[in-house]
Write a protein that binds this ligand. Structure first.
Ligand SMILES: *Cc1c(COP(=O)(O)O)cnc(C)c1O
Ligand SMILES: [Zn+2]
Length: 426
C-alpha cells in the first residue's frame, strides 16, 4: 500500500503522480500515509541513526530527513536528491534558560542545515519529487531562505531554478545564496504575498514545478524536525515546542508529525505547539484571538523578514495543528525579537531575527504563565546567524528604528597605544 494526496478541506483524494498543489475546491493537499500498515519502530530509526557514519554517502542513513522515509516519501537511494540535511544540534544553554525563566529550555538549531535554514528539509523532498515527475524547472516565491535552499537543491539535481522575491526586502545572506547557486532571480515590485500570487500563476501557465510550502512534499520533509528532535530526547516529547510562524508551513508540519508519531505509538502524547508571530506581521495571532472564527490578513511589517507575511498560505492546516496539540499563538515586538536574538547570539549559539521570535515568545509565555517554569520546552531556531548580518550590526550600533537595544555590544575605535587599550578595556 502506498500513500495518497488528500484535500485538507473536503477530503478528496489525488494520486501523487499528478502535478497538482491544491484540490478542485482550492483546499491544500496533504500526503496521507498508510500508517497502520507501516513497519516502523523506535529501534529502526535508532539503528539508522547509529549507522549514519557507516556509509556516509547514503542519504538513507546520513540524512536527518530520509532516515524517516517511510513517514515522508518512501523512495530508494538512487532517486533521492540530498546534501544530506538535518542532523542539527539540540542545545541546552543555562544562560538562556535563566533568561527566559525555565529550567529546561532546549534549542533545536535548524540553521545548521546545509544552506542555513530548515527549508532544506522540505526542499530535499520537493526537489526529489520534481525530478521524479520529470520537471525541468522549479520556482518559488520567497522571503529569502526558500529561494536559497531551492537554488542549491535545484543545482544539485540539474534543474533550472526561478525565484521570486519581494524587491529590497530580502536579507543579504539569502539573496547572495540565490545568486551564487545560480537561480534566475526576479525581484518583484511588491510584497511577499504579491510575489506568492504571481509565482502560482506563472507555474500553472508555464508548466514549472512550484516549490512553495503549499507543496505537500515540502511539508512532509519538514516533519523530520519533530521526528529528529523527539529521537534526540530519547523519544520523550517536550511539553512545548515553540516556533516562529510566517506562512505556517512549519506549524502545519509539526502538527502532522506529532499526530502521526502518536498514532504509530512512537510517542505517548503530543507536545503543545506555540506559534510566535511578529506584532507587525500577526494575521494568525489575530485569527487565534478571535477563536479562529475568521481568517485575518494584514499588511506585514517586521525586521524579521523571514516571517514578514500577511496572508499565510497554510492557514487551515495550521489551525488543525493547533487544535490537535492544544496549541496557542502569541506575538512579540521587533524589539523583543532583537533583544532575544542578542541573548541567543551572546550565548555563543546565534540565529537570524525570525528564529529569535521563538525565544522571545517563550520568555513572554513563561512570564504570562501559559508555560510553567518546570515545563520542558524546545524552541526551534529556524535560520543561521549569518543570514542577516545587517540586522545584527544595526542592533549593536543602535541604528534600528524604534528599537532601544538592551544588550548592544558596540565596537570601539582606539588610538594604537597601550594606554588607549587600557582605557577602552576599563
Ligand atoms: C521560512 C522561515 C520561517 C517561517 O516558517 P513558515 O513555515 O513560513 O511559518 C521562520 N524562520 C525562518 C528563518 C524561515 O526561513
Ligand atoms: Zn477539496
Amino acid at each position: 500500500m502506498t500513500y495518497k494526496l488528500k484535500c485538507v478541506a473536503c477530503g478528496a483524494e489525488y494520486s501523487p503522480q499528478e502535478i497538482r498543489y491544491s484540490c478542485d475546491c482550492k483546499g491544500l493537499l496533504d500526503a496521507e500515509h498508510p500508517l497502520a500498515s507501516l513497519r516502523v519502530s523506535r529501534e529502526l530509526f535508532d539503528r539508522r541513526l547509529a549507522e549514519r557514519w557507516g556509509r556516509p554517502f547514503s542519504p538513507l542513513t546520513a540524512s536527518g530527513v530520509w532516515r524517516y522515509r517511510e513517514l515522508i516519501l518512501p523512495l530508494d537511494e538512487g532517486q533521492i536528491i540530498s546534501r544530506p540535511e538535518g542532523n542539527t544540534n539540540l542545545y541546552h544553554s543555562p544562560q538562556l534558560s535563566t533568561w527566559v525563566g525555565l529550567a529546561g529550555l532546549y534549542l533545536k538549531h535548524e540553521g545548521e542545515n546545509p544552506t542555513g535554514s530548515f527549508k532544506d528539509r522540505g526542499m530535499t523532498v520537493g526537489v526529489t519529487q520534481a525530478k521524479l515527475l520529470g520537471s525541468k524547472a522549479v520556482a518559488c516565491a520567497s522571503t529569502g531562505n526558500t529561494s536559497a535552499s531551492m537554488a542549491a537543491y535545484a543545482a544539485l539535481a540539474g534543474l533550472s531554478a526561478i525565484v521570486f522575491i519581494p524587491e529590497g526586502k530580502v536579507a543579504l545572506g539569502k539573496l547572495a545564496q540565490a545568486l551564487a547557486y545560480g537561480a534566475k532571480t526576479l525581484e518583484v515590485k511588491g510584497n511577499f504575498d504579491a510575489a506568492m500570487r504571481l509565482v502560482h500563476r506563472v507555474c500553472n501557465e508555464l508548466g514549472i514545478y512550484l516549490l512553495n510550502s503549499i507543496n505537500p512534499f515540502r511539508i512532509e520533509g519538514q516533519k523530520s524536525i519533530v521526528f529528529e528532535m523527539v529521537q534526540q530526547l530519547g523519544w520523550r516529547v517536550p511539553d512545548w515546542i515553540v516556533l516562529p510562524a510566517g506562512n505556517l508551513g512549519n506549524v502545519s508540519a509539526f502538527g502532522k508529525a506529532l499526530g502521526e508519531l502518536a498514532e504509530l505509538g512512537l510517542i505517548e502524547r503530543v507536545s503543545r505547539l506555540a506559534a510566535i508571530q511578529a506584532h507587525g506581521a500577526n494575521p494568525f495571532y489575530r485569527s487565534f484571538t478571535g477563536g479562529f472564527r475568521s481568517r485575518e490578513t494584514v499588511e506585514a511589517q517586521t525586521l524579521a523578514t523571514a516571517i514578514r507575511i500577511g496572508d499565510p498560505v497554510s492557514y487551515l492546516r495550521a489551525v488543525q495543528a493547533l487544535r490537535l496539540t492544544g496549541g496557542l499563538v502569541a506575538e512579540v515586538t521587533d524589539e523583543e525579537i532583537m533583544d532575544a536574538k542578542a541573548q541567543v547570539d551572546s550565548a555563543g549559539i546565534g540565529c537570524e531575527p525570525a528564529s529569535a521570535a521563538a525565544v522571545a515568545g517563550t520568555k513572554k509565555l513563561v512570564r504570562e504563565g501559559a508555560i510553567r517554569p518546570g515545563d520542558r520546552v524546545v524552541a526551534v531556531l529556524t535560520g543561521h546567524h549569518l543570514k542577516d548580518p545587517q540586522a545584527t550590526l544595526d542592533y549593536h550600533l543602535g541604528k534600528l528604528e524604534g528599537t532601544i537595544p538592551a544588550y548592544a555590544n558596540r565596537p570601539m575605535v582606539v588610538e594604537p597605544t597601550l594606554e588607549a587599550v587600557r582605557e577602552a578595556l576599563g
